[in-house]
Design a protein around this ligand. Structure first.
Ligand code: HGY
Ligand code: MN
Ligand code: MN
Length: 413
């Protein structure tokens, strides 16, 4: 089995084909979860699974998978995979690499006619990127998603409802998608690093030790609409002036007190929204990340306290609304060692590192031993059309995933 390798040209061709679905003129891709482009990507994936002679499965949360069944129907399942959905105008490798390399690993094992004592299942999880709810599909599979999470869908219940109808899923189905832990062996995910540490250190494979916790809120700064010409500057209750002051102060707070934690305000909506009206209301997306829950608690309190203070100082009202969150997670030592062994046998340099990107693996670690491996991102760029990973790194990652899975098959050692 040591000499087994994936079919590199087939994987690269799959990545190219999938990248055309929702492809953007600047070489990026836009397949936000539950969008028509996402539906097209899912249909394409189903075709590839069936063309490979693998069993296609879709659960009640819309998680898709390819299954290579063991001869023994009572066998447990070794899971791998990632996600097909993307951020708006994102890159061609975030999620796609892990989902398609997992499919390629199953195809390779099937073609080698290896009879394993476990079912192998390559997943593609619903809405990893949190278009509606962070890690929606993997948290549903792990049984940690709640109806409150669905109520807090980032695009609101109406758009969530339309998206669910597009996928043919229901809230009840999503909340019933939990798998039994005793049926599972482990979960392993291949992903691009989305940062620059591997590239900077000349290392081929990143072995993830832990994954960041993420929290998010909608902040609503409320002032008073007024005439942009006649209202005296010192009497204005300008919601955007306050929100802008908060963004600036939040940056400084996190940089000075919570590094390496991070904060981001990725969306802002101004009402009424006209050149000549002083903004009455601003809705601001606040996201914060840190390595542990206690640090996140401290950071969240400090940021929400800052928002209150800035609102007061600008004579504004403030409303906060939790939006989505996912809990930080430590990776399983046995799986980290299996990744390191696979990389070493393939002659690849590897290093352990933390992930400040969120991943399905952190959701899966709630239900089964989970681990994750990275390949380098050129210039550390991701969530951008410029996201790129060299073909040899893509194939190194896929072969390391293949041999990690074989390493984790019970009795294979
Ligand atoms: O936002 C993230 O970290 C991930 O790409 N969903
Ligand atoms: Mn991802
Ligand atoms: Mn992403």
């Amino acid at each position: 089995m040591r000499m087994l390798r994936i079919n590199g040209s087939r994987l690269l061709e799959d990545l190219k084909e999938l990248g055309r679905i929702g492809g953007t003129p600047d070489g990026g891709v836009s397949r936000p979860a539950m969008s028509p482009a996402d539906v097209a990507g899912r249909e394409w994936y189903r075709g590839r699974v069936e063309a490979a002679g693998l069993h296609f499965r879709e659960d009640s949360a819309g998680n898709l998978s390819a299954v290579l069944a063991a001869d023994d129907p009572t066998a447990r399942t070794l899971l791998t995979g990632s996600h097909l959905d993307t951020v708006p105008n994102g890159g061609r490798f975030d999620g796609a690499l892990g989902a398609l390399a997992a499919l390629e690993a199953l195809r390779t094992i099937r073609e080698a006619d290896l009879r394993l004592p476990v079912h192998l299942e390559a997943m593609s999880f619903t809405d990893e990127e949190g278009e509606m709810q962070d890690l929606l599909g993997s948290r549903a599979l792990a049984g940690t998603l709640t109806s409150r999470d669905l109520d807090q869908a980032r695009r609101g219940r109406e758009e969530l409802g339309a998206g669910m109808r597009r996928l043919g899923i229901t809230p009840q189905g999503i909340l019933a998608a939990r798998r039994e832990p005793q049926d599972l062996v482990a979960f392993v995910e291949l992903h691009i690093e989305q940062g620059a540490r591997l590239e900077a250190t000349g290392v081929d494979i990143g072995v993830v030790t832990s994954i960041v916790g993420i929290r998010s809120h909608w902040l609503r700064f409320v002032g008073q609409a007024a005439h942009a010409g006649t209202a005296p500057m010192d009497e204005r209750r300008d919601a955007l002036w306050g929100a802008a002051a908060f963004v600036r102060d939040a940056w400084e707070l996190v940089m000075s007190r919570f590094s390496p934690g991070v904060v981001n305000c990725g969306q802002i909506h101004v009402q009424p929204g006209a050149f000549n009206i002083v903004p009455a209301e601003v809705r601001l997306a606040l996201e914060l990340r840190h390595g542990t829950e206690p640090l996140l608690d401290e950071m969240e309190d400090a940021l929400l306290g800052l928002a209150e203070e800035v609102a007061r100082g600008h004579h504004l009202a403030l409303e906060t609304e939790p939006a989505a969150q996912c809990i930080s997670a430590s990776m399983n030592e046995t799986i980290m060692e299996a990744i390191e062994k696979a990389a070493t046998e393939l002659g690849l340099r590897h290093m352990r590192l933390m992930s400040f990107a969120g991943h399905d693996t952190q959701a899966m670690s709630a239900i089964t031993p989970s681990g994750m491996l990275f390949v380098p991102s050129v210039d550390g760029i991701s969530h951008s059309p410029s996201e790129f990973t060299r073909p040899e790194d893509l194939l190194n990652g896929a072969n390391t995933l293949l041999h990690t899975l074989l390493e984790l098959v019970p009795g294979s050692g």
